[in-house]
Design a protein. Structure first.
Ligand code: MG
Length: 384
């Protein structure tokens, strides 16, 4: 490669957006991205609904009041064994005694689930026998549905409870006859080879009021039972609604899958050392690939940036030569000429200092020392 001319540096610098790099703390053993890393993918765009509680653009609509959308569900109990079916009427789905559970045809995993439900104004029964139903998340953990607006019961069986695990923090129900809403954020337990990697959690809002906030699932609970953390747990399953013999109505049901956690291969947040190394290698390769489409100064800076994700000797050979040549050229400039190139001198000094601070290049890297001397000699390091 021919030495880059300073004219090229100036032209490249004008078009450059490299000031985004060498900014926040560099990737480390458990974080593949730098803090404030602009190489990180932008979050995908989602159009929110026009009204609060409506399905956003990326939601899977499970029931929208139509018979057609009821086609997303099946009765869990075979036809010959059930005495009735759930029915769609007036835009809602009604649990009918003897129909058994219904469940989605599709399988889901960690998700955000919105669902609305209501009871008739006056239901008979007390405690668990008044308006009992339930929303089952994939894998079978129940968020209780019950008319306990004015009907005390065991607290871990109240509406908004993770059934058998945790009562709702408060009772935020409306009076029976009105529609109630649940917004549920569900992270399933992750159990691998009999080892609980993550016991999972549930956040639940009842009518917009937080009643569960990242509540640990503690084995998942159930009727009269406490379950161990390390029991096998499926990665996917249907969403199900309970027929507990009471006429409960449901409407406006939609779901959004959540981004994967590190234990599921997600690459946001704190990762294992092995996952971090793998992801850093991938990002480093992408940054090097983008550098291949650049020239001169921009390419040098981009290759330097790539080194913070993954050290690559071929890339280092190229950018080391570019850095060395650049510094040699800076050394030959008069003070007046350096003033014109000040931005480039300081950008490169900043990049090299950053990489040294995070032990990505050697503390005694000679071009960095020489560049620092040039900048310091002109008083630029004191004038931040
Ligand atoms: Mg129930």
């Amino acid at each position: 490669m021919k030495p880059c001319s300073l004219t090229l540096f100036a032209a490249a610098c004008l078009a450059s957006s490299l000031d985004a790099a060498f900014y926040g703390a560099a990737p480390d053993a458990n974080h593949p991205w730098a803090v404030h890393d602009e190489n990180r993918p932008q979050p995908p765009r989602v159009e929110p609904a026009a009204v609060v509680g409506g399905a956003p653009s990326d939601a899977v609509v499970l029931f929208d009041g139509t018979e057609e959308s009821f086609g997303n569900w099946v009765h869990a109990r075979p036809e010959e064994k059930r005495k009735a079916d759930w029915v769609v009427q007036d835009g809602y789905l009604l649990a009918v005694r003897g129909a058994g559970y219904i469940q989605t045809k599709e399988q889901f995993s960690d998700c955000q689930l919105h669902i609305e439900w209501s009871h008739a104004q006056q239901l008979p029964g007390e405690g668990q026998k008044r308006g009992n139903s339930g929303v089952f998340l994939p894998g079978g953990i129940e968020v209780q549905v019950l008319d306990n607006f004015n009907n005390p019961t065991y607290p871990d069986g109240s509406a908004g409870a993770v059934y058998g695990v945790m009562p709702p923090a408060v009772n935020a129900l409306r009076a029976p006859g009105q529609w109630q809403s649940y917004d549920i954020i569900y992270r399933r337990p992750i159990v691998r080879d009999g080892v609980s990697l993550d016991e999972g959690s549930m956040t639940v809002l009842v009518n917009g009021v937080v009643v569960q906030d990242s509540t640990p699932l503690d084995g998942g609970g159930g009727h009269k039972k406490r379950k161990p953390l390390n029991q096998p747990y499926p990665d996917v399953g249907p969403v199900a609604l309970q027929d507990h013999g009471n006429p409960v109505r449901y409407r406006n049901i939609w779901l959004r899958p959540l981004r994967p956690r590190p234990a599921d291969g997600g690459t946001d947040g704190r990762l294992s050392a092995a996952a971090t190394t793998a992801k850093r290698a991938e990002i480093g390769a992408e940054v090097r690939a983008s550098a291949a489409n650049m020239q001169g100064w921009d390419q040098m800076m981009r290759l330097l940036e790539s080194q913070m994700y993954a050290s690559n000797s071929a890339a280092w050979d190229v950018c080391n030569r570019q850095v060395s040549e650049s510094v040699e050229q800076f050394k030959d400039l008069s003070t007046k000429e350096l003033e014109i190139q000040r931005q480039q001198v300081m950008d490169l000094h900043h990049a090299l200092s950053y990489l040294q601070r995070f032990d990505i290049i050697a503390a005694d890297y000679k071009p960095a020392k020489e560049l620092r001397e040039i900048a310091d000699g002109l008083g630029w390091l004191k004038q931040k």
